[in-house]
Design a protein around this ligand. Structure first.
Ligand SMILES: [Ca+2]
Ligand SMILES: [Ca+2]
Ligand SMILES: [Ca+2]
Ligand SMILES: [Ca+2]
Length: 341
């Protein structure tokens, strides 16, 4: 009997020790209410029940804030996000995560253009973004300070989305629907013909680079048939070879059934050197918006497996999965690790 408190204490210490790696880490995320308001929140993973808002739920005119598509600068000193109602015209705004409150509109925005999906270059000097300012939805690179146009990387009727800079800044992964559904492409940062990484008939979305610069996490739509990576001898679409080397990254996936009954999204990891594909996060729900911690150990993502969207953290080393938001009144989305890269 005398030893029981000691045993309990030892158990508590061991639980605390196993949680220590996440303690001290923070996530920034978007929390969306049923009335359409969506604001930026900060979550200390040591206190998952107490997220705090980074911005007011209303803008300066009292209208509900509708933030989405957030990204963090490499120094973790600025958040860029799309500000605007879904379906309407959006504009990129900036916020300093250490100074909650004031939103700053970004760049030289044309009044009727819809812009969003910002992603910072690894050195912080450039922002990739998606804009229809040129008449079609395209991928642009702009100066991160002034928003001056640096480069237009696509110019076509396809809809591009979700740009993600390679950690070495040699190029960007993004989503395009030129072949009829969303596929992952790679483009050299200086432009040129993109290389198509996925070839299938369902939506492939949300590419993010693992810090190793070799693997990409992406969201795929599970069509009820297993994804089959192509043999390395399959033809590729050419282009962007300078950036990604002769061992060109691609994956060829067998044609899906014509009808997809349930839209089930999972997170897969694509090795861009050997083309292998691995399911990392899989549930009957929609598992989306992967985000790697700077050290590559953790993958945060959003999932509606519990009925509404909550955030989860998956430990790639141990396979341990942890739910970190518990808020059935709001969709918790778009996790970002609030740390320097
Ligand atoms: Ca386009
Ligand atoms: Ca596809
Ligand atoms: Ca799923
Ligand atoms: Ca929720």
């Amino acid at each position: 009997m005398r030893f029981r408190p000691l045993l309990v204490l030892l158990l508590l210490i061991s639980v605390a020790a196993s949680a220590d790696d996440l303690a001290g880490r923070r996530l920034l995320f978007v929390s969306g209410e049923a009335d359409g308001a969506a604001t930026l929140m900060i979550l200390d993973l040591a206190q998952p029940l107490l997220p705090r808002p980074l911005a007011s739920m209303c803008d300066e005119d009292g209208a509900p804030l509708t933030a989405s598509q957030a990204t963090l600068s490499p120094e973790a000193d600025a958040v860029a996000f799309r500000y605007g109602a879904p379906g309407g015209s959006g504009r990129i705004h900036l916020l300093d995560p250490s100074v909650p409150g004031e939103l700053r509109p970004f760049g030289n925005h044309e009044a009727d253009a819809d812009e969003g999906m910002p992603d910072w270059s690894p050195d912080g000097s450039m922002l990739a973004l998606i804009s229809d300012r040129g008449g079609t939805v395209d991928l642009y690179v702009v100066d991160a300070l002034e928003g001056e146009l640096s480069r237009r990387l696509t110019n076509d009727d396809a809809r591009e989305s979700d740009p993600a800079w390679h950690p070495d800044a040699v190029g960007l992964a993004y989503v395009g629907d030129a072949d009829g559904d969303e596929e992952i492409y790679l483009t050299d940062a200086l432009g040129g013909a993109p290389r198509q990484l996925t070839h299938n008939t369902w939506a492939d979305l949300d590419p993010v680079w693992h810090p190793d610069g070799r693997r990409l996490a992406l969201v795929t739509t599970v069509p009820g048939e297993k994804l089959v990576p192509a043999s390395p001898s399959a033809p590729d679409s050419g282009g962007a070879k300078a950036a990604f080397g002769p061992e060109s990254p691609y994956v060829d996936i067998e044609t899906a059934p014509a009808t997809v009954v349930v839209e089930n999204r999972d997170i897969v990891m694509l090795d861009t050197v050997d083309g292998s594909l691995e399911f990392v996060v899989s549930s009957p729900g929609s598992d989306i918006q992967p985000a790697f911690s700077a050290d590559g150990r953790y993958l945060a993502f959003a999932s509606d497996r519990s009925g509404d969207y909550e955030l989860y953290v998956y430990d790639l080393e141990t396979g341990f999965l942890k739910q970190v938001t518990f808020n059935s009144a709001a969709d918790d989305l778009n996790p970002l690790w609030l740390e320097e890269r």
